[in-house]
Design a protein around this ligand. Structure first.
Ligand SMILES: *[C@@H]1O[C@H](CO)[C@@H](O)[C@H](O)[C@H]1NC(C)=O
Ligand SMILES: *[C@@H]1O[C@H](CO)[C@@H](O)[C@H](O)[C@H]1NC(C)=O
Ligand SMILES: *[C@@H]1O[C@H](CO)[C@@H](O)[C@H](O)[C@H]1NC(C)=O
Length: 634
């Protein structure tokens, strides 16, 4: 019981921390990004009305969209699937897209938009259900079921005032064609030829759907961000939110595990569980490190390296592999050619009971100024000091940034969306490489450089792409000996690469060692007790040995023994016996032939004699009549 109570106390406390976030200003100030919605017909209600862009879907920053308003007969709140009511908003080819008007209430904004999108809507207008100032429609806090569809919302949506909603409904219900034009062209101010933008982010990679989405975005957007930055078109600044621990709690266990600098800078526990895994403090420290990576890179006029650092850190040092720590971070910093010492100096002392300069600036920046409200939601993107609304997705964000340039000053990347650089040229992009074999894991892609083990001559290399890549699968030994030891001497060549099995490098017989860096010759005479019979004399060679036997003896390697040569004579006599049998057989065959031949001839002789006897008297008469008689009888 005691345990459970303290657990729920911890939760409550966490809730308190989250609720009291950004507590530097007493009343958080939300600024609603408005864009204009223009009614083009019917004439009676022509004019421009305010609307607030939803915080999901893909708004067309810099563009506009014209459409026909439809107010469904049933399911007017859009909380159920429209197909249940046999309603579809698919517009016929050539017709204007459909703007579906739904009423606020009963379910999440995002669900209404999702249902309308699935029924074929091109945009959604949500009519407020009470007379009040417009608010921003936010996506619901993710739980398993909502997260799935929010990801897939692509159509834009906007909240409109109750009275304007009534006007639209009345016109639609009286059978009039209601045409509107949603315009995002003024959504981002575009005063000059440089866009300033900032991303409020977090290094925590285990917070579920929102973290995954943020990491995906950073990876995708990196290429474009780096081009814009290198070309001087943008000035990007990353930001990190921290909370402070209320003074009364600074000495509590919870604050100690979530905060650094005596409760001044805190982050919620990544797993929301104080007993396991990483602590909020670990997140604050990594956030601070990422800020310092930016500062140090920015000071050396290479602010874009921050994008490489955060993406590499995500890949190489994830929490679930227990690598979310200083050692792993420093390895990434070094591979990017940044100075670890300067970054540590910038981070300062986390245990000091004093302000941290860098994090103090961040807390101050959290407070809204000008047209930007307080930053309380992660992630938040701010473009030209306006909060970006919509899905955090490469194309949509690029549109928003590009719409922030003064006309005709947009860089090429805004016009084509293409990204062309080769970041592998410098320091090999911080990726793995094997100089001797001229192999690299660095690939230049439209998303910026990625470190991926290469495919060479049909052989796939495997590894993290940063520090290791190894050839794997059949044929791996063809490439650089599969990274294993190999050496040739006096016309003999040996390789430790094995083509199959778990062990990749194994010294060949006659050698010992790790098989990767070295294999050394085994002195078989000494170490293996080879060739040790009394008559033997052993001589070690590289990779093998030679053994010779004294006197009449012969060395048999398979048995490592000397044997007498007489054994060989016996073998010979055995062969002789075989020969004798064979010759005997041949002679018997020849004899049989001769006998046959002889009998044939004697038969022939008697025949001839019988014939001749008919003409002349012969000495031996006795034989003849017999034969003739027989002849005649026949
Ligand atoms: C969202 O889109 C993905 C890919 O297009 C799809 O696999 C997934 O089923 C969709 N989710 C929902 C809830 O429709
Ligand atoms: C980055 O450097 C530029 C000048 O190169 C400077 O104007 C800017 O304030 C720096 N940003 C940060 C956050 O230090
Ligand atoms: C390394 O390989 C690349 C392409 O794979 C080639 O352009 C380059 O000339 C090679 N360098 C050396 C030293 O062989």
């Amino acid at each position: 019981m005691g345990l459970r109570r303290s657990d729920s106390a911890a939760r409550l406390f966490l809730g308190f921390l989250v609720l009291s976030m950004a507590p530097l200003s007493i009343h958080a100030r939300f600024v609603v990004e408005k864009n204009s919605l223009r009614v083009t017909s019917p004439d009676r209600i022509r004019g421009t009305y305010d609307s607030a862009i939803g915080n999901f879907g893909i708004p067309q920053y810099g563009g506009s969209m014209a459409g026909n308003v439809v107010y469904p007969k049933d399911n007017q709140k859009g909380c159920k699937e429209f197909s249940d009511y046999k309603i579809t908003f698919e517009s016929k080819p050539g017709a204007l897209p459909t703007f579906v008007l739904v009423d606020r209430g009963d379910c999440f904004f995002a669900l209404k938009v999702w249902n309308a999108q699935r029924a074929g809507a091109s945009a959604v207008l949500v009519a407020d259900d009470m007379a009040e100032a417009l608010i921003t429609m936010d996506s619901p806090e993710e739980d398993g079921s909502t997260a799935k569809y929010i990801e897939n919302i692509t159509i834009p949506s906007a909240l409109i005032e109750k009275s304007f909603g009534e006007t639209l409904k009345k016109a639609y219900n009286s059978g009039e064609m209601v045409n509107v034009n949603l315009d995002w062209r003024e959504a981002v101010p575009h005063p000059d030829d440089r866009v300033e933008y900032e991303l409020w982010t977090n290094s925590n990679d285990e917070c579920g759907v929102k973290c995954d989405m943020l990491m995906e975005f950073v990876k995708d957007f990196k290429g474009a961000a780096q081009i814009l930055e290198k070309g001087g078109y943008t000035q990007f600044t990353p930001h990190y939110i921290t909370w402070y621990c209320p003074e009364a709690f600074t000495l509590s266990k919870q604050c100690k595990s979530q905060c650094i600098n005596h409760g001044r800078y805190c982050a919620p526990d990544p797993e929301q569980d104080f007993s396991t895994g990483y602590e909020g403090k670990d997140v604050v420290l990594e956030n601070l490190r990422q800020l310092c990576v930016f500062k140090v890179a920015n000071d050396s006029k290479k602010p874009w390296v921050w994008w490489d650092y955060v993406t590499d850190f995500q890949i190489r040092c994830p929490m679930k592999e227990k690598k979310y720590n200083k050692e792993c971070a420093n390895a990434v910093i070094q591979s990017l050619g940044l100075d670890v010492k300067s970054i540590e100096k910038c981070m300062g002392d986390a245990d000091a009971d004093s302000d941290n300069r860098v994090l103090k600036e961040e807390q101050d920046a959290q407070v809204g100024k000008g047209s930007r409200g307080d930053v309380t939601i992660l992630p938040t993107l701010v473009v030209n000091n306006r909060q970006y609304r919509g899905k955090l997705e490469k194309g949509a964000v690029l549109k928003a940034i590009c719409s922030g340039f003064e006309e005709t000053t947009d860089p090429a990347v805004c016009l084509s969306g293409d990204v062309e650089t080769n970041e592998c040229l410098e320091n090999n992009g911080g990726c793995w490489r094997d100089k001797s074999a001229n192999l690299t894991a660095c690939k230049d892609t439209f998303r910026g450089r990625v470190c991926e083990c290469p495919l060479v001559d049909g052989v796939q290399f495997k590894g993290d792409g940063y520090t290791t890549c190894e050839a794997s699968g059949p044929g791996r030994c063809k490439i650089n000996n599969g990274g294993c030891w190999h050496e040739a001497r006096n016309g003999h060549a040996y390789s430790a690469c094995t083509d199959n099995g778990e062990v990749k490098c194994k010294c060949p017989p006659g050698f010992k060692g790790d098989g990767v860096n070295s294999c050394t010759d085994i002195d078989e005479c000494k170490e293996r007790k080879a060739c040790q019979c009394p008559e033997c004399s052993c001589k070690n060679t590289w990779g093998s040995y030679e053994c010779s036997c004294g006197g009449e003896l012969l060395y048999i390697r398979d048995h490592d023994a000397c044997i007498s040569k007489t054994a060989t004579r016996e073998t010979r006599s055995a062969w002789a016996a075989v020969w004798i049998i064979l010759i005997g057989l041949a002679m018997a065959a020849g004899g049989a032939y001769l006998v046959y031949k002889y009998r044939l001839r004697s038969y022939m002789d008697s025949e001839i004699r019988a014939i001749m006897a008919q003409y002349m008297p012969l000495d031996s008469q006795a034989e003849v009549p017999n034969h003739v008689n027989e002849e005649q009888r026949a």
